[in-house]
Design a protein around this ligand. Structure first.
Ligand code: C5J
Length: 224
């Protein structure tokens, strides 16, 4: 067991029963010309999460932990895209439209890919999800249960959308979640702060929050 200094209190990490879950670190959200930009956002605001996630990713791999990546996106024929999600917003570029990184939020296009800095290793599952939550319409839960996972270290973007939705889904399924405060990011810094506070309010209503450095230190300190 490794003790992580966290809010609202210490998190007792069991590396054999824990996975690092990296949500949607895709070019479509982090680079100009993708989905995030099409929604009118300053995509540079998400880049602060990259280095902290990379540090935790290295430490988790070294500890032999399961690492799972997710990608939000849709089939090329958009058959898994709800009409409501497709229509939402008053912007000119929509999901499925062509942009500088290929068709926006469509599987197989350049923009759908995970950024080079956090490329999945060959043995790391990549979950393609059509929704905001990583458990909705995916085999994530089956993969985690099959490997005996009960704890999740959750990172990625954006804090209040796909990270939060996933943490809520995981919490209801009985997983203990620790969210990386500097390994998540939002286009709206105030939402990032609020979303993290919501996770650990009421003595951990949805889980725990800790900086990447605390997770790396606990993983490097050895068993206690
Ligand atoms: C959004 C996500 N923000 N990955 N997706 O639409 O958070």
């Amino acid at each position: 067991m490794r003790v992580i200094a966290a809010r609202p209190y210490e998190f007792a990490l069991e590396p054999r029963a824990a996975a690092l879950l990296i949500i949607d670190m895709q070019r479509d959200f982090l680079e100009p010309g993708g989905f995030g930009a099409a929604l009118g956002n300053d995509v540079s605001l998400l880049r602060s999460a990259i280095a902290p996630i990379a540090a935790v990713l290295t430490a988790c791999r070294a500890a032999g932990m399961l690492v799972v990546h997710t990608r939000e996106g849709h089939r090329p024929d958009l058959s898994d895209l709800t009409e409501a999600k497709h229509r939402r917003g008053r912007f000119t570029a929509r999901i499925g439209d062509s942009g500088p990184m290929g068709r926006i939020l469509v599987r197989g296009e350049a923009g759908h890919g995970i950024i080079a800095e956090l490329s999945p290793a060959e043995n790391e599952p990549v979950i393609d999800k059509p929704g905001k939550g990583a458990f909705y319409a995916t085999d994530l839960e089956a993969i985690l249960r099959g490997k005996g996972i009960t704890q999740l270290i959750v990172a990625g973007v954006t804090t209040e959308v796909c990270v939060h939705t996933t943490v809520r889904e995981a919490n209801d399924r009985g997983f203990e979640c620790l969210v990386l405060e500097d390994g998540t990011a939002s286009y709206f810094p105030k939402f990032h702060e609020a979303a993290l506070n919501m996770v650990c309010a009421q003595d951990g209503i949805f889980g725990w929050v800790a900086p990447a450095g605390a997770v790396v230190a606990a993983l490097q300190q050895g068993e206690s």
